[in-house]
Write a protein that binds this ligand. Structure first.
Ligand code: AMP
Length: 403
């Protein structure tokens, strides 16, 4: 049976999944795995479709110094022990810039262009691209598909995409892109089956995880997002601040004398729930903490999510449904309830029992239905990869969007 390998590579871990292609041409998940502790305490762990652990082993640090080495070890395990030889690899790539508005078959030229976007996603892009490069060198004939977190947002109306800066900079690509697009695309793809009555309506989706953003879906398409040029904007996240007056950055550079790279590290690693609470970047730990800082960080997160719901509702001039997804959105009934309590004016309220059960539909008697839908970005990547393989007319050249 044909298989697709899906890779989601970060700075200290490589997540991978194997999908078998069934007789109807649909991807079915077989293996979920992760190499983590890259450069510190490398460990491979994998489970099968039943959730049973099929690999759990540690490696010497010197054998797994970087993401490419980690993927090579995972790849050897897949090939030698599972005896699986994927027909293609789909990769999550966080930034597609202005040019890539859809998943794309990669070649060295595409990787070069995507490397130009590293400064726009310094914590993700280099690690997303490193395994693509090493696989291209090792297996030049193996098709690889880059699936972008920005692509689903590429048809926003122009007013939603622009900053109020001179046109020349917008033309260079200094625009609002939006992220978590694979997650929102997955949610949009399952709404017709899970909630057909609102699937083509105006839906606010809250992807609340370590990275967090919200998206306005209208007729199944993204029309607005809380994230912008980089994945720093919008909601507060585990370690990123979310919306920040650019004057704060100027203050850090001038009055505090920080260098640009210090500011970059600060904004990506030391802010958000971690910076605000002084306790943790992890919502579970904050919910279990009695520290005043933890309580305030949760209050801030809830407040900004509710504010953003208002903003996205305004973008669509109304709301027909609200969806929670990702780690916090799928698992924390307390945070869902706190956000919903601020959105009564949008016709949102929750049924406590259904919310506690993490039911699909958790709304109470309010006019706006509220859903919990677990996201599945990897399945989306597998589907895109398959469809590019199956559709040989897929243009490999870059689609450039008119500004
Ligand atoms: P993600 O990036 O989507 O994996 O989400 C990670 C975030 O979800 C972390 O902040 C976790 O603390 C949070 N999370 C996962 N499970 C729960 C839970 N049961 N309650 C609260 N937060 C959770």
């Amino acid at each position: 049976m044909d298989t697709i390998l899906v890779v989601n590579a970060g700075s200290s871990s490589v997540k991978f999944q194997i999908f078998a292609v069934d007789s109807d041409g649909n991807p079915r998940r077989q293996i979920k795995g992760q190499m983590d502790g890259i450069g510190s305490r490398p460990r491979l762990r994998a489970t099968n479709a039943k959730g049973e652990v099929v690999a759990e082993r540690v490696y010497p640090t010197e054998n797994v110094r970087d993401v490419s080495a980690a993927l090579a070890i995972a790849g050897d395990w897949v090939r030698d022990e599972l005896r699986v030889a994927p027909i293609a690899v789909g990769h999550r790539v966080v930034h597609g810039g202005p040019a890539y508005d859809r998943p794309t078959l990669v070649d060295p030229g595409v990787v070069n262009r995507l490397e130009e976007l590293i400064s726009l996603a310094p914590l993700h892009q280099p690690y997303n691209l490193a395994p693509i490069r090493s696989l291209l060198a090792k297996f030049p004939d193996l098709p690889q598909v880059a699936c972008f977190d920005t692509a689903f947002h590429r048809n926003h109306p122009k007013v939603a995409d622009y900053f109020a800066i001179p046109q020349q900079l917008s033309d260079e690509g200094v625009r609002r892109y939006g992220f978590h697009g694979l997650s929102y695309e997955y949610i949009a793809s399952v709404l017709p089956e899970r909630a057909p009555e609102i699937a083509m309506g105006r839906v606010v989706v809250a992807h609340l995880g370590s990275g967090a953003s919200m998206c306005a879906l209208s007729g199944g398409r993204s029309v607005e997002s809380t994230m912008g040029f980089t994945a720093l904007d919008g909601l507060p996240m585990g370690t990123r601040p979310g919306q920040l007056d650019p004057g704060v950055v100027l203050y850090l550079l001038t009055t505090k004398g920080m260098s640009p790279s210090e500011v970059q590290n600060f904004l990506y690693k030391d802010c958000g729930l971690k910076g605000l609470s002084g306790v943790s970047n992890d919502m579970r730990e904050l919910l279990n903490s009695s520290e005043p800082g933890a309580k305030f960080a949760i209050d801030y997160f809830v407040y900004r999510a509710a504010l953003s719901a208002g903003l996205l509702t305004a973008a669509m001039e109304g709301i027909d449904a609200f969806v929670f997804t990702a780690g916090i959105g799928e698992n924390s009934s307390a945070i869902r309830m706190r956000i919903a309590e601020k959105l009564g004016w949008l016709g949102i309220d929750l049924d406590s029992a259904e919310n506690a059960k993490h039911a699909v539909k958790i709304s109470g008697s309010g006019r706006t239905p509220v859903y919990v839908i677990p996201t599945d970005e990897e399945l989306m990547i597998a589907k895109h990869t398959l469809s590019i393989l199956q559709n040989t007319s897929q243009p490999v050249v870059v689609q450039t969007r008119a500004s």
